[in-house]
Design a protein around this ligand. Structure first.
Ligand code: ADP
Ligand code: MG
Length: 256
């Protein structure tokens, strides 16, 4: 018996290429994810990270294999609004204030106004944007916009937070700050997080486990437990243990 919350079993994905040939994006990927775990999918561009995330989110059907979430299908989980998704670019509506952007999914779900207002306050608080609710997206920096994306994804209180390279368009300083802040949000919300990145230090800093994917075709080449103490702050990046994890993962890419 496995105590996994998400079971990914022998998932393969082939896209149809221009000339009808198969483009194999994932080959026989199996992975168990535990409840409340922070897991990263790490690998170079083209190794199938987004494909795997989209299959988990029911945005894409695998060619073969299955994903099961506490006995339910991704589709059932999606229909219950249990996924919160954050993409690389937060796709905010320019003509809506930050509050009204965060409100969008709740409006669609028909959540009453009073409840919406109180949740927006809570979310702004959570991501540290208390003073920016009545601003418009263009008035915010890239890092702040990404915080809005996170707040919006969490507004419906999903069980699973799926994040696809959410910080890769940000500068290094902003990225490290958001890494720290994301851990603080995670420790307050206890979501299961699946975080896609191609940045090794970022995956080490954030995760309980790093799943290393290698390309052509995408497959799991290593799974590394990150036994760094929590709560983690950016100073941990300067410790020998941190360097050792980064080096270990980097080595696992050699010879790929
Ligand atoms: P990653 O997110 O790790 O960069 P992707 O999951 O986006 O990787 O892509 C994995 C592989 O599948 C790549 O070779 C990519 O070119 C290919 N691919 C992704 N989406 C499609 C698609 N819609 N049609 C054809 N090939 C695709
Ligand atoms: Mg991708």
């Amino acid at each position: 018996m496995s105590n996994a919350e998400i079971q990914i079993k022998n998932v393969s994905m082939a896209y149809a290429g221009k000339n009808g040939e198969d483009i194999v994006a994932l080959n026989d990927v199996s992975l168990d994810i535990k409840e409340g775990e922070f897991i990263s999918l790490l690998g170079p561009s083209g190794c199938g990270k987004t494909t795997l995330l989209r299959i988990i989110a029911d945005l894409l059907q695998p060619t073969s294999g299955s994903v099961s979430i506490l006995g339910q299908s991704p589709r059932e989980i999606r229909l219950q609004k249990k996924y919160g998704i954050v993409f690389q670019s937060p796709v905010l509506y320019d003509w809506r204030t930050i509050r009204r952007n965060i409100c969008m999914p709740m409006e669609i779900m028909g959540i009453p106004k009073k409840e919406r207002t109180s949740r927006i306050d809570k979310m702004l608080d959570l991501v540290g944007l208390q003073d920016f609710g009545y601003k418009y997206p263009f008035e915010l920096s890239g890092g702040m916009q990404q915080r809005v994306g996170i707040a919006r994804a969490l507004a419906l209180d999903p069980d699973f937070l799926l994040m696809d390279e959410p910080f890769s368009a940000l500068d290094e300083f902003t990225r490290e700050k958001l890494n720290e802040d994301l851990l603080s949000v995670w420790s307050k919300t206890h979501k299961t997080v699946i975080f896609v990145t191609h940045n090794i230090p970022e995956s080490v800093f954030l995760s309980d486990r790093v799943v290393v994917l290698s390309p052509h075709p995408g497959r799991v080449s290593a799974v590394v437990d990150i036994n760094l103490p929590r709560p983690r702050e950016n100073a941990i990046r300067e410790t020998p243990e941190f360097y050792e994890y980064v080096a270990k993962i980097r080595r696992s890419f050699e010879g790929v």
